[in-house]
Design a protein around this ligand. Structure first.
Ligand code: NAG
Ligand code: NAG
Ligand code: NAG
Ligand code: NAG
Ligand code: NAG
Ligand code: NAG
Ligand code: NAG
Ligand code: NAG
Length: 542
């Protein structure tokens, strides 16, 4: 055997495993089963209105049991349930009798645990001060975060002084620890400060405008919020402002900047990367930012972590909260036709899509109703933001992505699996072989599905022939598919196939490139590789 032949034999099992799954990028705040939530001080902890703090839980699967503190409930796939949480972080005062005066440490965290994947949105509300965030599951948190530059807010944070008046006080970093004892460092070129946290504790610290703080690093994963309890937006009215920061990554990314409210006035991007933090204005001509750090959009009342091109998803949960809610959708110009809202296509004229200058993306916003909560794409990936308005002030967050695997059949929770088993066996053994992996010998009973499967098959796998789920009835001699009692009406036979009833009783598909994956009737006892398939799990659309 030649070395090349030996090598291709060694590679064979690897090539045969076709996992049709685009991994959901780890920077996405997507589904999970374990979360730690905090609610930042909203306006002021002494404010006479009591906080209305909630988490909204959306289940991806039936029989999902969710525990929030001591409350629990069982949800079905697609169902969203609201849980009240009566905890708000305290005013950040410098602790004069503590060993570490720059941090205020407390135990005011809430655990949310489930037995199957859920997505979790936090809603902080006090009177008209409303903010939302999608909570990152514990297993996707990072140990390093870039600190955004402090936005310049008229009338607020004029001078960097640590005052007890919230409106004049500086921004805060809120560092949320999970289930292990931890040491967290907040630092930059001018020095660092450090805090030790016990499990499930949270630390708050200042970020002064004139400080050169660059990043938060921790021994174990943490979540980091960037927040101001009472930032002015207009006419001396202040509101809570916060964003849950994405874990830092060092690869170069292109962040797409959607035009909110169809204008760019008062909008800037807070950019932080290694060695630099800066606030950059945005414009219609350049609606993107390239950076190896993170990017948060700022406009009065709103801090919105941006989604990068590398981090697009194909199905999102958007849950209507409050009075006026929109989904802002960002998609490639040539892919607008595939956008679906629930079970219907999004109907938009071309002029309702706004170009993102300097990119091949366009954006539109869609009003949400209470019963629409899934936005998905049939064939491509996109970014979706959830944006709401409360008394003319925006709030919002990137919508949580359920997956990054587009599928024309719906919103994919678990992608389909298509796998060519590496052992050539008989047709009957092939049926059993797929079953042992909880899959089925693939039935290509419609032309659309046949094309779909063939588009995913490798041209050069080394496998020449696979069994598919079609054979003749030994009683009537009629062809039938394993997954259907309907008669076979769409076929893709090779020239000269099938032969007579006395010929081959089972159907194989040729993977030889030149033959366009045609079918032949074959002796069922012949050995070929089983083509196994498992349906995707789809989210209910209404
Ligand atoms: C020190 O801090 C604790 C709790 O943080 C507080 O209860 C106590 O009153 C403080 N002591 C002084 C002398 O300020
Ligand atoms: C937080 O809880 C731990 C034990 O779980 C306790 O030792 C500690 O004193 C608490 N800290 C505060 C600030 O309440
Ligand atoms: C709540 O907001 C309304 C309207 O902005 C304001 O009139 C009212 O005084 C606020 N309530 C409290 C308790 O601050
Ligand atoms: C920032 O400003 C405060 C108050 O004006 C001052 O005390 C502090 O030294 C300044 N820090 C730096 C790094 O310049
Ligand atoms: C959505 O689009 C409409 C029409 O273009 C516009 O009037 C509205 O302000 C937009 N809303 C948001 C939140 O972008
Ligand atoms: C849209 O354009 C991108 C490249 O910009 C290309 O990869 C993609 O296949 C195109 N989609 C369609 C539906 O033509
Ligand atoms: C795909 O087939 C290979 C080889 O038979 C097997 O090892 C692997 O477990 C299969 N993968 C899945 C997801 O079924
Ligand atoms: C094949 O049969 C199915 C139902 O049995 C039907 O929906 C489909 O239109 C038929 N296709 C053709 C090409 O006749």
């Amino acid at each position: 055997m030649s070395p090349e032949a030996r090598l291709s034999l060694l590679l064979l099992p690897l090539l045969l495993l076709l996992l049709l799954q685009a991994p959901l990028n780890s920077a996405n705040a997507g589904p999970g089963q374990d979360f730690t939530v905090v609610f930042p001080e909203n306006i002021a902890d002494y404010h006479p209105t009591s906080p209305e703090n909630h988490v909204w839980v959306t289940a991806l699967y039936d029989d999902t049991t969710v525990t929030v503190d001591s409350q629990d409930d069982t949800l079905d796939a697609g169902q969203t349930e609201r849980f009240h949480i009566n905890l708000e972080l305290k005013k950040l005062k410098i602790q004069s009798n503590s060993s570490n005066p720059s941090f205020l440490v407390s135990n005011k965290t809430t655990k949310v645990i489930s037995n199957k994947d859920i997505v979790l949105q936090a809603v902080s509300n006090k009177n008209n001060s409303l903010q939302t965030a999608v909570i990152i599951p514990t297993d996707r948190l990072g140990t390093k975060y870039f600190i955004p530059p402090v936005p310049k807010i008229q009338g607020a944070t004029i001078r960097d002084s640590i005052t007890s008046i919230n409106e004049r006080g500086p921004f805060r970093l809120i560092i949320v620890n999970t289930d292990q004892d931890n040491t967290v460092t907040v630092g930059g070129p001018a020095g660092t400060r450090q805090v030790s946290l016990k499990k499930n504790q949270v630390a708050q610290t200042w970020v002064l405008q004139n400080e050169s703080l660059q990043e938060v690093t921790a021994e174990k994963p943490v979540a980091v919020l960037f927040s101001h309890p009472c930032a002015f937006h207009q006419n001396c009215i202040c509101r809570l402002l916060y964003a849950l920061l994405p874990p830092a990554t060092s690869d170069m990314k292109k962040f797409l900047v959607p035009p909110l409210f169809n204008d760019w006035a008062q909008t800037s991007v807070l950019l932080s990367e290694t060695g630099s933090r800066r606030e950059e204005p945005c414009s219609a001509n350049q609606a993107f930012i390239d950076t190896a750090g993170s990017a948060v959009l700022y406009r009065p009342g709103l801090l919105l972590p941006l989604v990068s091109e590398e981090n697009l998803g194909s199905c999102f949960v958007v849950k209507s909260i409050g009075d006026t809610n929109y989904a802002v959708i960002v998609v490639r110009k040539n892919e607008t036709a595939g956008v679906q809202i629930g079970d219907a296509a999004l109907n938009r004229d071309i002029q309702q899509w706004q170009e993102l200058g300097g990119t091949d993306y366009v954006s539109t916003n869609v009003s949400l109703t209470a019963d629409q909560n899934i936005i998905w794409h049939k064939s491509s990936k996109m970014a979706v933001y959830f944006v709401g308005r409360k008394d003319d002030v925006l709030f919002g967050n990137p919508a949580p992505a359920l997956s990054a695997t587009p599928d024309s059949r719906g919103c994919v929770v678990v992608p389909e699996v298509l796998n060519i088993s590496s052992d050539p066996v008989s047709w009957q053994e092939s049926v059993a072989s797929c079953q042992t992996r909880d899959q089925k010998l693939a039935s290509l009973s419609s032309e659309a599905f046949r094309r779909h499967v063939c588009s995913k098959l490798p041209r050069e796998s080394g496998v020449k022939e696979v069994w598919i789920g079609m054979r003749r009835s030994s009683v009537t001699g009629e062809w039938y598919w394993l997954d259907s009692t309907a008669s076979v009406n769409e076929t893709h036979w090779d020239e000269g196939s099938p032969g007579t009833v006395d010929g081959g009783q089972c159907v194989s598909m040729s993977l030889k490139n030149s033959k366009d994956f045609v079918w032949q009737d074959q002796d069922c006892c012949k050995a070929a590789n089983p083509l196994c398939y498992r349906e995707p799990v789809l989210m209910p659309l209404s």
